[in-house]
Write a protein that binds this ligand. Sequence first.
Ligand code: SF4
Ligand code: SF4
Length: 458
Amino acid sequence: MVDSTWGTGEPPRDVLGPVADGQAFDDHHPPRADLIADCVHCGFCLPTCPTYVLWGAEADSPRGRIYLMNEGVNGEPLSGSMVEHFDKCLGCMSCVTACPSGVKYDRLIEDTRAQVERRYARDRGDALLRRAIFAVFPYPRRLRLLRGPLMAYQKSGLQKLVSRSGLLERLGPTLATLESLAPRLRKVPPPPRRVAARGTRRAVVGMLTGCVQGAFFPEVNSATVRILAAEGCDVVIPSGQGCCGALSVHNGRREEAVGFARRLIETFEHTGMDYFVVNAAGCGSSLKEYGELLADDPVYARRAAAFAAKVRDLAELLDELGPVAPRHPLPITVAYHDACHLAHAQGVRAQPRALLRGIPELKLREIADPELCCGSAGIWNVLNPVPAAELGDRKARNVVATGAELLVTANPGCMMQVAAALRRQGAGMAMAHTAQVLDASIRGPVAAGELLARWGDA
Ligand code: SF4
Ligand code: SF4
């Protein structure tokens, strides 16, 4: 049988060192000592770290986690408490933005997590939960199968009954969290495989439909296709494109991520695309790192780097191309929430704001403490439901304080997390993806009330 690590540059599983070799890390991509040494322990990152803000413990700060990595590199064993502090990191990369010394915490935590996943035996409950999550979440078809039962649950009134009974809370916070996160589903036809540019073609764009985005927010994908076509792009959307691997790589499952990445590259590399567009922040940040993810792979390294160079977040691409489609007025007040993997990991902050400001009559408000994560962080909110709810509630209070009618963001995880927190606080604010707002403005004059009603039960 061929080992699944073949060609990835990773050692085959059967020659990995035994977990009980007394060392935290093996020598296959451990957190790099030179990157650890870049940290000068100044502490500037501490106030922007959500876990430090929540618990005030040094070991739950970026500086503390880097210290623990250093212990591991220097031969300390991988203890349960060390793993817990690494696990509690949301991977929000707020510390990367805050750090004046340019510490590459993103690289460090990714390498650390891959070591933990390979070398640490998790307790049964934790291992089972993770296995269940990764058997479903990175598979668009499996996620889409959940749509029917979920819609029936929502529409039959059963959801209201269950929520009033408090049954899920009694069964456990993980189940209650999963249920509270599920967005209100709508029937939307799947996007066609190819959509032609309106007017003169300016670019050919491959588009990722995504796992959670495709299954739970298909209307965001539809809006994305319409905007791209209106802005002069041919849009190519191959079916069966699968997962980009973001969730896997952010959780230390590097081999799995490598497999997803290879498949996605194969699916798109012969489409003739000039750009590869993504409308989910977490996916975009991973896709831009395909070059590093596949750097050891002799067959894919060059192809991965070429692919990554074409990746753009939707707002980034639209800003780069410049507008040609006329915008109609949208007389609404919106608050824009920076998704961590867009703002901190990709540095995309100005472009979505510029797009929103380009809509006549739209007023844009800023949210206090924008650098602090909403607590979604991929599957962090499912694995850590209680602190995630605390972060969500904090974000929701700041959102409500803006007085905006509509919350706009660009990541499905943030939409679900903040919507759940707003519902808990009884603040029924409408929510939309940046793509939906722009699409509404391009399509034609719409009454503000109609828009808010359309987005009101996200
Ligand atoms: S990634 Fe986020 S949670 Fe993790 S150490 Fe950095 S700021 Fe803290
Ligand atoms: S801001 Fe950077 S250098 Fe300072 S403690 Fe944090 S990671 Fe280290």
